[in-house]
Design a protein around this ligand. Structure first.
Ligand code: NI
Length: 137
């Protein structure tokens, strides 16, 4: 029977939402205070959900292997970073949490060697905002 396992991770990062193609005024209107020139930080909470069938050990996934791929591919690149300046990806794309979720999915799948399938990512940016990405079956 298919079951899911969700692990929760935290990282702190700063960003500024700003589209170069738009005027200063359009950027302010579109992104509000998230467009403030010097950026701001968030304590992001990332939840990674994997789906699979328990093996002979009675587990869907090796938690250490899951933590390892999340740490190496994602947390080590994001924690205490400025998303706009430290990540090549966000020198051309706006580091919204939607775009961040897509980037995290890509990074995890590049090195995914778990038997369980990556099923869902959830990123809480603040207490009021959380984004979920269902990965393709
Ligand atoms: Ni923000």
């Amino acid at each position: 029977m298919n079951m899911t396992l969700t692990r929760r991770y935290r990282f702190a990062a700063s960003h500024r939402l700003h589209a170069d193609a738009l005027s200063e005024e359009e950027n302010r209107k579109l992104y509000g205070k998230c467009n403030n020139p010097f950026g701001h930080g968030h304590d992001y909470v990332l939840e990674v959900t994997v789906e699979g069938v328990p093996d002979a050990s009675g587990q869907i996934a090796d938690r250490a292997a899951l933590d390892g791929v999340v740490r190496e591919q994602v947390l080590s690149r994001l924690d205490h970073m400025n998303l706009n300046q430290d990540l090549p990806e966000f020198q051309t794309r706006v580091p919204t949490t939607e775009n961040l979720a897509t980037w995290i999915e890509k990074m995890l799948l590049e090195r995914w060697d778990l038997r369980a399938r990556l099923a869902r990512l959830r990123i809480a940016e603040t207490d009021r905002n959380a984004f979920e990405l269902e990965t393709a079956k």
